[in-house]
Design a protein around this ligand. Structure first.
Ligand SMILES: Cc1ncc(COP(=O)(O)O)c(C=O)c1O
Length: 405
């Protein structure tokens, strides 16, 4: 059967608009489409493929587990889940782990947990959740309501209530909302979908202090920043602030679906038997691959390598910008970088993304003004150089087209 892009329109719910490229094979930071066209991958499946495509360590972990045991359900104790949980506990602030299948589900668990803790400890008045404008936490009704974007949350009927949105990097806007009725403040320790916005140290420390003052829990959504993406194992480690609850997904499975919520014993004790759950959470295949990905990323060679690669990217993009003057800045941390379009090219991130694909390079957007790059954490220098050369050709084309108008 020949699979074509038009089959998508025929058989799929139209909530996505995928590219015309149909990839069929991946290796490292390269993928190939049905026609054998090769692409350098700076998109990483939206910050998921932390070790590139088909990394031998992950393929080995998956096939080994596939020959042993696929699924058990949470009525049974399973070895791969406990091995991954132990690794997460041993290497983070957390003492307890809950497994889910995605970022949204990990956040859903976190949101239900913070509500339950406040209810049990203080009573029903303490239910306010403070989140941030331009945040993104997933697509369930609770997580789109907590994310600060009406485009994603409106039009689905009544939303979960008592959720307020402050301005990111504006501590006064948090002060204006927070009170003893606040059960939690939820934030990304580097806003991803919202445009690659890093927090200032004063903001992040100030939010921690406000949470402590009002007995509110601090939740870090590290779905996009976690597992080495910023050059730290988790972004909080580079910020000098420890959250009470942390969610992780995307890179955790290196391409296999898995998510997790991490917290302390004191907080976790409120999710007693029967209060929350998931059939697939902790699936042995996902956890076996997750452990292999986690152990591979959590080494100084890979984490220091992310910082080194950040420099290659920044130098490369800046050199392109010196010639073509399209970006106002490059922001982000580690290998979650955003090239921000200047006023002359405002709103044209999609054009750059499509031109890059024409040149054989996959990049992402983070809103209409930011070209986002989230490549493999171990992308070889050769692939970075070739990808940036293709990016330069794409930029040149967009600039030439704009000048021709
Ligand atoms: C910060 C953040 N949280 C949550 C999510 C949702 O994760 P998922 O799509 O796996 O549900 C994303 C996805 O982009 C994200 O970037």
């Amino acid at each position: 059967m020949q699979i074509s892009r038009s089959l998508f329109d025929e058989v799929m719910v139209p909530n996505y608009a995928p590219s015309a490229i149909i990839p069929v094979k991946g290796e490292g930071s390269r993928i190939w489409d049905q026609q054998g066209r090769e692409f350098v991958d700076f998109a990483g499946g939206i910050a998921v493929n932390c070790l590139g495509h088909c990394h031998p360590v992950l393929v080995n972990a998956l096939t080994e587990q596939a020959n042993k045991l696929w699924h058990l359900s949470n009525t049974m104790t399973n070895e791969p889940a406990l091995m991954l949980a132990k690794a997460l506990v041993d290497n983070t602030f957390a003492e307890k782990v809950y497994f889910a299948n995605s970022g949204a589900e990990s956040n859903e668990a976190a949101l239900k947990l913070v509500r339950r803790v406040a209810l049990n400890n203080y009573g029903p008045h303490k239910s306010q959740i403070i989140a941030f404008k331009q945040a993104f936490h997933g697509r369930t009704l609770f997580t789109v309501s907590v994310g600060g974007q009406a485009a994603y949350s409106d039009g689905f009927g009544p939303k979960p209530g008592d959720i307020d949105h402050a301005e990111y990097n504006n501590l006064d806007s948090v002060k204006a909302l927070i009170s003893d009725n606040t059960c939690a403040v939820v934030l990304e320790p580097l806003q991803g979908e919202g445009g690659i916005i890093s927090p200032t140290p004063e903001f992040i420390q100030g939010v921690r202090e406000l949470c402590d003052k009002h007995n509110a829990l601090l939740v870090f959504d590290e779905v996009q920043t976690g597992v080495g993406r910023t050059g730290e194992l988790y972004a909080y480690m580079g910020l000098g602030v420890v959250p009470d609850v942390l969610t992780t997904a995307k890179a955790l499975g290196g391409g296999f679906p898995i998510g997790a919520m991490l917290t302390t014993t004191e907080i976790a004790k409120h999710l007693v038997v029967g209060t929350h759950g998931s059939t697939y959470g902790g699936n042995p295949l996902a956890c076996a691959v997750g452990l292999a990905a986690f152990n591979t990323v959590n080494t100084s060679a890979v984490l220091d390598g992310v910082k080194e690669r950040e420099q290659w990217f920044r130098e490369g993009i800046n050199a392109i910008n010196d010639k073509y003057k399209v970006f106002s800045e490059v922001r982000g941390k580690g290998l979650l970088l955003g090239a921000v379009l200047n006023a002359d090219y405002a709103g044209k991130a999609r054009e750059f993304m499509l031109a890059a694909a024409d040149e054989g390079l996959l990049v992402l957007m983070a809103g209409a003004n930011v070209v986002r790059m989230a490549p493999s954490l171990v992308i070889p220098k050769e692939d970075v150089s070739q990808g940036l050369a293709r990016f330069e050709r794409a930029v040149a084309k967009v600039v030439a087209a704009a000048k021709a108008v």
